[in-house]
Write a protein that binds this ligand. Sequence first.
Ligand SMILES: Nc1ncnc2c1ncn2[C@@H]1O[C@H](COP(=O)(O)OP(=O)(O)OP(=O)(O)O)[C@@H](O)[C@H]1O
Length: 303
Amino acid sequence: MQQDSLLPAPGGLAAVPGREPDPDAAISVRGLVKRYGASTAVDGLDLDIRRGEIFALLGPNGAGKTTTVEICEGFRDRDGGEVRVLGTDPASGGRRWKAQLGIVLQSGAGDSQLTCRELLRAQASYFPDPRDPDEVLELVGLTEKARSRGRSLSGGQRRRLDVALGIVGRPTLLFLDEPTTGFDPEARRQFWSLIRSLRDLGTTMLLTTHYLDEAEALADRVGVIARGRLAEVAVPSELGGRGRAPAVVTWTEGGARRSEATATPTAFVRDLAARFPGEVPDLAVARPTLEDVYLQMIGEDRA
Ligand SMILES: Nc1ncnc2c1ncn2[C@@H]1O[C@H](COP(=O)(O)OP(=O)(O)OP(=O)(O)O)[C@@H](O)[C@H]1O
């Protein structure tokens, strides 16, 4: 291990001693650097994703999410740092390593002339221990479309087909890049339950998304990337100190809307209730949403 960390990383940069990747993590990244010409897209990023968790990577456009994910998938070279994905450096990952990954890209294979079932059968044939294509169609809710051509599917159905293609190889680790873009609200909810059932089957998932409600609904932990670095990692309810943030109590009194930020909302509401003979008019107690704290973090970073 020690020996390994002293080897130069691809691109010639020495790894940082004493900061070896975690061998037990599904994904472990230390000091990742990626440059495109003079601009640095990823700038010393550290990241650990545990086996079995759903991890959501958030960040504004151009923050470096896709670059990081593509390096982890083995699709892109890096200029520095250490990366281990399922214990292997993606820069040298062979077929057996690749067969453990499932990848759902932003633009999938939906334009095909083949039927959904044919596409899945073809994809399954590349893997040593694939799932049954018909079971996968059922899992993603496309059984009725088994004989339909990819190009005849709606946008949301194509995305489901993309997911089906990503999971038919029975991946240990699934990458999902903005998976629900273009879904209607009901399709998103159905997709979320599909993702949860994959987690119940033991699949680790790295998700990038711009939907904060999606990150909140699905992720065990979220990481925010800003300017090529990981700004914070937390469970969704704790991000940006959210769990400790004061609650805001609002109500109507004397014809006017009133509000109070308080660290003890229960006591405050009890006192408030004592002032009214019945219900407190228009009473609401709110904490900052994930979107509130995320936008604040991104705003501070840009300031
Ligand atoms: N092939 C490329 N050549 C040159 N620059 C690139 C290339 N790919 C990405 N970049 C630049 O690297 C930076 C990070 O891009 P990346 O696609 O990783 O961001 P992202 O966080 O995934 O953004 P988005 O949310 O818009 O998908 C951006 O400034 C982008 O313009």
